[in-house]
Design a protein around this ligand. Structure first.
Ligand SMILES: [Zn+2]
Length: 241
């Protein structure tokens, strides 16, 4: 950005000072908000957002991590995720429903205050569970499920105390980006997917947290049904209020 320059010894007037201050503030703003610019079309905002396909996975609390993998065990990073600070761990467990189980379900880190298992509908049916669509393991509709690790077994009770569910499609956003787009945590948006099976997914839940990057998450069933490739972009439709 071009710096305002003042001749040596020249007295600054108020206009010049306020211009310099405004320029500096604009620089600071630009540093914080690196969210992409939406396009205004048909009376609404259209925003290109990368789509991540969430394969079945689980999150663990510290207590359950210790039971499943041994006291003092820390998760090790297998792959960093698109959201900074989050990772797919090397650790995997056997997840057991009412009829059978699925081996090798991956733990995502870091640990959380409570444990939860996120499956696709296909996974749930395979192991004999009828699962609700939910956002968090604290949702009272979550179902009981059993986890088997190398060092122990844990049964999550469900009913709001950690359990299994099918994740509601959602979009991650920073607080800065959400303010800029005029959306808030809990809003539901449409996402247009172009390609061989053009589709609009409705009810994409906005989830806001400082530091998050714009990213939509769908599960493997949704991704496969629409032909989404992991990392491709979709068009988020944002109403102008
Ligand atoms: Zn997500």
């Amino acid at each position: 950005m071009e710096q305002l320059s003042f001749r040596n010894g020249a007295a600054l007037n108020l206009d010049q000072i306020s211009q310099a201050v405004m320029a500096r503030l604009a620089q600071l703003d630009a540093a914080v908000d690196d969210s992409p610019e939406p396009v205004k079309r048909n009376g609404r905002l259209e925003l290109q957002v990368p789509i991540g396909i969430s394969v079945r996975h689980l999150h663990l609390c510290d207590e359950h991590l210790a039971i499943l993998f041994g006291e003092g065990h820390a998760l090790s990073v297998n792959a960093e995720l698109y959201q900074k600070g989050y990772f797919a761990a090397k650790e995997q467990v056997l997840v057991v429903g009412r009829r059978r189980g699925i081996e090798g379900v991956r733990v995502l880190g870091p640990t959380r205050p409570y444990s939860q298992v996120e499956l696709a509908q296909t996974d749930a049916l395979q192991i004999g569970l009828k699962l609700p669509i939910a956002t968090e393991g604290s949702d009272p509709a979550c179902k009981p499920i059993t986890l088997v690790g190398p060092e122990g077994v844990v049964t999550l009770p469900g009913g709001g105390k950690g359990g299994a569910f099918i994740a509601r499609r959602h979009v991650h956003m920073s607080d800065v980006a959400a303010r800029r787009y005029g959306v808030k945590h809990g809003d539901l948006l449409d996402l247009f997917i172009d390609g061989a099976r053009p589709t609009t997914l409705h009810g994409v839940l906005v989830r806001v947290k400082a530091g998050w990057r714009n990213e939509v998450h769908v599960d493997t069933d949704e991704g496969n049904a629409v032909g989404i490739r992991n990392g491709q972009t979709g068009t988020l439709i944002i109403p102008i209020k």
